[in-house]
Every structure is written in structure tokens, then in C-alpha cells.
Design a protein around this ligand. Sequence first.
Ligand code: CTP
Length: 402
Amino acid sequence: MENSPRIPLVVLGVTGGIGAYKACELARELMRRGMRVKTVMTDAAQKFVTPLTFRTLTGEDVGVSLWDDPTRHVHHISLAAEADVIVIAPCTANVIAKVAHGRADDLLTTTVLATEAPVVLAPAMNTHMWRDDATVANVAVLRDRGVLFVEPGSGELACGDVGEGRLADVIAIADTVEREVARTRALAGVRVVVTAGPTREPLDAVRFLGNRSSGRQGYAIAEEATRRGATVTLVSGPTTLPDPFGVTTIRVETAAQMLAAVDDEYGEADVVIAAAAVADFRPASTVAGKLKKAEAPEELALERTVDILASLGARKDGRVLVGFAAEAGDPVDSARVKLAAKNLDLIVANDVTEPGAGFEVRTNRVTFVSANGDEELPCMDKRAVARELLDRIETILKGGRR
Ligand code: CTP
């Protein structure tokens, strides 16, 4: 049946801990919930449970080595690509460390490094290892990157210690995996346009008016929307960032080019997120070739560019429109004015003068301003801001705007 939704595929990573036997129950539970499960085991995991156990339970081949089948030498890439979600349960301190540092020396860690799918880790280890500063730091790094943790529970551990470190309940792990699978489909069929980066308004062939936008926030939003199953077009001003995976990226330079590109996409769009720092002014005239010093005008005549987002708001027709407001000082009041003036559903407001917020940094500290009120978020990685924003957009879409 062409139109029936594909059965979700979960890659279950099993590492070497006494809780490995519980991964068998997890495989069964995920299958009971309608998922296909392909297992990948580390060498250490096989000291506790055999691949045959998982092959029998799941009815799928079990991956144990990068080199096990010469006909499938890029097995890790195919697993990484076909996985809807990767879950590692139990996950040892060693594998947490390897994933945090991008090490890729076996089938499981190469698969995790190569995937764009959500990754869920269910740690299990001795209490002291879980509490060790190294593990705490590795977990923090991974959380920032969007890796989800199903925290270990407390109790008597296999080593005799009592404390945190026991593999979480199989049902809790399965719940998280199921939620992540649902999330990868939450925006299926939704068309999203994201603008990102700065614009450059030329003075002559070599000089321009620009700004400090890195594009990171907009790119993170485009990636996150894609991860949730949306069809995403990113209209980007000049940045040093690579085109995001799975996103149609259109590169432009000027505000006028950005407007034209967004206009082309608007007819089909359900959601537009305007994260670009579009120039409000451009030189009134542009010199062909290079302007000589001696010929430079005393004053630079400027003219307004079109406000792209305001022009979209004027012909909104049920779409969800999200804007950004970068202010120096408390951004909420002026964001509220812009929300109404541009006919938007939500504004992501930030004070670009605050440490950890705004241009050229990896973090942001934002307040969501909408008709429902203000919501101030703590300083967080721009990818985390993207996830929070897409959660709000999902809620707006569920309200049945279009
Ligand atoms: N925007 C746009 N086209 C422009 C200018 C801005 O689409 N020509 C969008 C930005 O992508 C952002 C929002 O509008 O989503 C920013 O609003 P704006 O009122 O332009 O903010 P500022 O430029 O910071 O405005 P001001 O300096 O007037 O406060």
C-alpha cells in the first residue's frame, strides 16, 4: 500500500553492562508498540547477551562489527540513514564518552556519528561513574546537542553499591523512544520556509552594508523542522555554514533577492520563520565597479528595503508567521508592537547586548512573545531554542490555523 505510513525503524544499541538482558525486553516492548527493531551490539555487550537472542526476538540481522559482512561495508551509513530513532540501552560511561567526543571505532558509534535521527541514551553504570565529573560533563555536552537521556534509577547495583546507576525502567525508555518517533513525524506534510543569516547591500562591486548575523539560529530551526518531518526551504543570506542536511537551501545576497526567493515559496508555505537579520536600509545607488576614494560621497544616501515579514503578514491567509526581534535593551515591549504590526503569531525576542545572546555566539537567551503572553527561556544552545520554538509552532498548528 503506497500511502500507508512506513513502519518506524528503531536502531537499538546495546553496550556492555549487566542491564544488557533488559535490552531484550526493550526490543520486545518496542515491537509491541509497532516498531521495527534492528540491534547493534558492542563487543562488550556480547559478553552478556548473544546476537542470536536479539536476532530471534526481532527477526532482524544483528550488527556486531564494522567488518562483519563484506557485502555491506557501509552498514553503519545505511543504519544511520534508515533509523527513525537510535536508542542505546544500556549505555555505558565509555560509550557516553565516545559519543560526546565523536569517537567512531565500532559499528554502534559510527552509526551514531553518521545519523541525523534523534538519539536516546539510557545510561547504566556504577553510581560513582555516573556522578564522576567526566561523565557529568559528557552528559551535559550531549544534552546541549539534543541527545535525550532516560535517567538511571536508584537501587542496589550489580557491583553491590547502592545508589543511582541502574538502567531506567524499560517502559520509560520505550515511552521516550515512542515519543521521539512521533516527533519525527509531527510536521509531516507541513511546508516551512525559514530565512536566515545577514543580507549584504552593495555600495559597489567590493563593498557592502551588512551585519553580524551568523545564520546559526535560522539554520538550527531549518534542521529541527526537517527532523520533525516538515518540507523545509531555507532562504539564506551569506554565511559560512554548510547547507543543512535534507533542507532545500536557496542562497541570496540582498534583501531584494531574499524577498523574491521567499515570495516564490510563499504560495505553498504553511509556516514562515523569519530568522534573517535583513538590512532595513540599502545604499540609494550602487556603483558599478569599485568606487575610488577620491570619488566617495561625503554622506551615504540610503533608502528603505521592503520589510519581507510585514509584506507576508499583509497576505497571511491562515499561515503561521514567526518573526525575530533583536533589540538592545528589554525586547518584550517592542516585540509586542511588532507582533501586531506585522500580523504575526509569535516573536522570538532577544536582547542582543546580553552575554550569551544574539549574533556570533552559539547560545541564545530568548523570550517568546505571542497573543498568549510572554515566555522567558534561560540561556541555551541555539539548537535547543530551535526545539522549543518548533514545539510552540506545533501547538499553534494543532490549533488548526490552516
Ligand atoms: N525582517 C524582514 N525584512 C526586513 C526587516 C526585517 O523580514 N526588511 C524581519 C526579520 O527577519 C525579523 C523581523 O522582521 O524576523 C525583525 O523585525 P524588525 O522590526 O525589522 O526588527 P529590527 O530591524 O530590529 O527593527 P527596529 O530596528 O525597527 O526595532
